[in-house]
Design a binder for this molecule. Structure first.
Ligand SMILES: Nc1nc2c(ncn2[C@@H]2O[C@H](COP(=O)(O)OP(=O)(O)OP(=O)(O)O)[C@@H](O)[C@H]2O)c(=O)[nH]1
Ligand SMILES: C[S@@+](CC[C@H](N)C(=O)[O-])C[C@H]1O[C@@H](n2cnc3c(N)ncnc32)[C@H](O)[C@@H]1O
Ligand code: SF4
Ligand code: SF4
Length: 324
């Protein structure tokens, strides 16, 4: 069965947050501390199995476990195994990598196929500042471990923030030169309404980052994009890996959006950049959760907007600074 929204988009990908907790505190993100226990009402392994089962009935092809930091959730391997048990092939995580080395084998055995790693900087001090205490050596270890275990492709995410890591563009892009690493530069999104002026000052448009790379390496080769994935892909001539630009603010990719998101507190979001979310805790408690979850997913898909409805506000907040 295929799930189509009201704009004809095929919904086949799920982003599933398994915890609101994190062992880092990046300057641009606001997770709960890792030392807390999971808040009451957080999705359980059984909830994840039921939700994935319902999505699978509706044609789900890929699932990405995220957070918070998914590796602080001790049941993550069981959740991955639940996805695999339902026949899902494309099982990925997005992680800061701090705990990856010690959990990688178990995750691979459970069915994990690939990973995206956050790496805003290659410079230890800049990395530590941006993540408020993270150790970039652990990201290197995570990359090596992924290569050793054959988990791939390995994609790196760098959120670009003026005054913090703009000097890292060339060192980060250079990581794609001789290794199969896919380095993606993300436009910073300011997801709350506090201090729009600070947001404007910090924001760097993807096209500016691309221009910096092209000034250094010459024109980038355009590669074929996966239309339903957020990154626009390029290659530095002769490089093994790729560079990509994820520009949700200045160049939204909503027309091919294929995603729904489930938050760790059981809210179903038809879109990442929306103020609309449905509390579907009731469906997990229903006498027939699978049936109730299918209903909830159909309703959320029906409400999926044409584009992120908070996008215009995000763009408005940065337009003045960069002239359109
Ligand atoms: N606006 C918007 N941004 C997204 C969406 N999905 C991912 N992003 C952005 O892309 C960033 C990187 O996402 P990842 O978790 O690495 O996953 P991904 O790149 O979507 O996954 P793959 O393409 O499957 O590797 C996120 O932090 C968001 O900034 C989406 O559906 N809408
Ligand atoms: C919220 S994190 C969760 C997964 C994991 N903890 C990690 O950092 O990879 C998922 C992705 O969102 C990105 N992200 C978080 N806050 C962001 C923001 N304000 N703007 C753009 N990207 C952001 C992170 O860089 C990361 O790549
Ligand atoms: S590691 Fe991920 S979840 Fe944790 S603070 Fe950074 S971006 Fe947020
Ligand atoms: S902003 Fe919303 S509609 Fe656009 S790509 Fe992201 S999730 Fe999809």
């Amino acid at each position: 069965m295929k799930l189509l929204d009201n704009y004809g988009r095929l919904i086949k990908d799920l982003r599933l947050s398994v915890t609101p907790r994190c062992n880092l505190h990046c300057l641009y993100c606001h997770p709960l501390g890792w030392e807390m226990t999971e808040p009451p009402g957080t999705v359980t392994v059984e909830d994840v199995r039921n939700f994935l089962g319902a999505m699978r009935l509706l044609g789900l092809e890929s699932v990405r476990f995220t957070g918070g930091e998914p590796l602080v959730r001790k049941e993550l391997p069981e959740m991955v195994a639940a996805a695999r048990g339902l026949g899902i092939e494309d099982i990925a995580i997005t992680t800061n990598g701090m705990l990856f080395k010690r959990k990688a084998k178990e995750l691979k055995d459970a069915g994990l196929r690939r990973m995206n790693l956050s790496m805003d900087s290659v410079t230890p001090e800049v990395f530590r500042t941006m993540t408020r205490g993270g150790d970039v050596r652990r990201v290197w270890e995570a990359i090596e471990t992924a290569f050793e275990l054959g988990l791939g492709p390995v994609k790196l995410n760098a959120v670009m923030i003026r005054g913090m890591n703009e000097g890292e563009v060339i060192p980060l892009a250079s990581l794609s030169l001789d290794k199969p690493l896919h380095v993606r530069f993300l436009e910073y999104m300011h997801l709350d309404n506090s201090n729009p002026e600070l947001y404007r000052q910090r924001f760097i448009a993807g096209r500016e980052t691309k221009a910096v790379i092209e000034r250094h390496f010459g024109p980038l080769e355009k590669l074929e994009d996966d239309p339903s994935a957020p990154a626009r892909l390029y290659r530095i001539p002769g490089a093994v890996g790729t560079v990509g630009f994820i520009n949700p603010v200045m160049e939204p990719f909503c027309s091919n959006c294929s995603r729904l998101r489930l938050t760790s507190d059981k809210k179903l979001r038809p879109c990442l950049l929306t103020d609309l979310e449905m509390d579907i805790a009731w469906a997990f408690e229903a006498p027939n959760p699978l049936e109730a979850l299918v209903d909830a997913i159909l309703i959320a898909t029906d409400r999926k907007p044409a584009f992120g409805n908070t996008l215009p506000t995000l763009r408005e907040r940065v337009m003045v600074g960069i002239g359109g």
